[in-house]
Ligand binder design. Structure first.
Ligand SMILES: Cc1cc2nc3c(=O)[nH]c(=O)nc-3n(C[C@H](O)[C@H](O)[C@H](O)COP(=O)(O)O)c2cc1C
Length: 219
């Protein structure tokens, strides 16, 4: 039995009375999970909608608590880290991490960045050792697969595309993924949402086909 941690990060919902207001990235996430569970009824899915329940921003007290050795932490420091601990436990228990993300201002939504800031923690998700020279940081977790499902309003953000250099969404998440223990990374996305023409329809259709193919590949 596998555990999938399903993280949404669009601030849009999926139950609007006007369907065009609904989140596309969240609909991809739902499609992935439905397709997956059709094949694997027994698997467990843990859901976290960061758009509807945003993480707390980290602060100076959070940093002080994170850098205090666990056995020396005061009760208030343990409380400050409780949210981070919850996110860590969810990631640690997951075999597959499914992240759905819209492109906001050429990068990830603030709520998703806030989740990464809470999640990535010294001696919890990574170790820091200057004996390693210029690259002192190493992940602690391993063996996980990350599936990233995205939606963008413009187009050409893929390799060789006209806006490749403007894509700070998937390269950033891919870079951070290794500190979640990810060693297999897959990305599927649709583009053209702002153009609302046939290119968008085709892009969404292609993304859904790619999701089915990815579910087959991972099974
Ligand atoms: C605050 C905001 C910023 C956005 N910035 C960009 C952007 O930089 N590039 C882009 O291609 N689309 C941008 N878009 C369009 C979204 O990526 C697009 O609407 C996408 O479908 C949103 O994902 P969702 O449907 O899952 O909510 C932006 C939308 C919003 C609301």
């Amino acid at each position: 039995m596998k555990t999938i941690l399903h993280i949404d990060s669009s601030v849009r919902r999926t139950d609007n009375s006007t369907p065009s207001y609904n989140s596309i990235s969240k609909s991809f996430g739902r499609y992935f999970i439905d397709t997956w569970l059709n094949k694997n009824h027994q698997d467990k899915v843990v859901c976290r909608d960061l758009g509807l329940n945003p993480p707390t921003f980290i602060c100076q007290d959070w940093i002080a608590a994170a850098f205090t050795p666990e056995q020396n932490r005061s009760e208030s420091q343990q409380r400050v880290l409780a949210e981070s601990d919850r996110y860590f436990d969810e990631v640690a228990q997951a075999d597959i991490i499914l992240i759905t993300a819209p492109m906001y201002n050429y990068g990830m939504p603030a709520v998703l960045k806030a989740w990464f800031d809470q999640m990535l923690r010294v001696n919890k998700t990574f170790t820091f050792d200057l004996a390693r020279g210029d690259f002192p940081i190493e992940p602690i977790l391993s063996g996980k697969t990350l599936v990233l499902l995205t939606s963008a309003g413009e187009f050409g953000f893929g390799i060789g595309g006209v806006r490749e250099q403007m894509n700070h969404l998937s390269p950033h998440i891919k870079e951070l993924a290794k500190y979640l223990g990810v060693d297999k990374f897959y990305e599927i996305g649709s583009e053209y949402q702002e153009f609302a023409d046939d290119r968008h329809v085709l892009s969404v259709e292609k993304a859904k086909q790619d999701i089915v193919a990815l579910v087959n590949l991972l099974n």
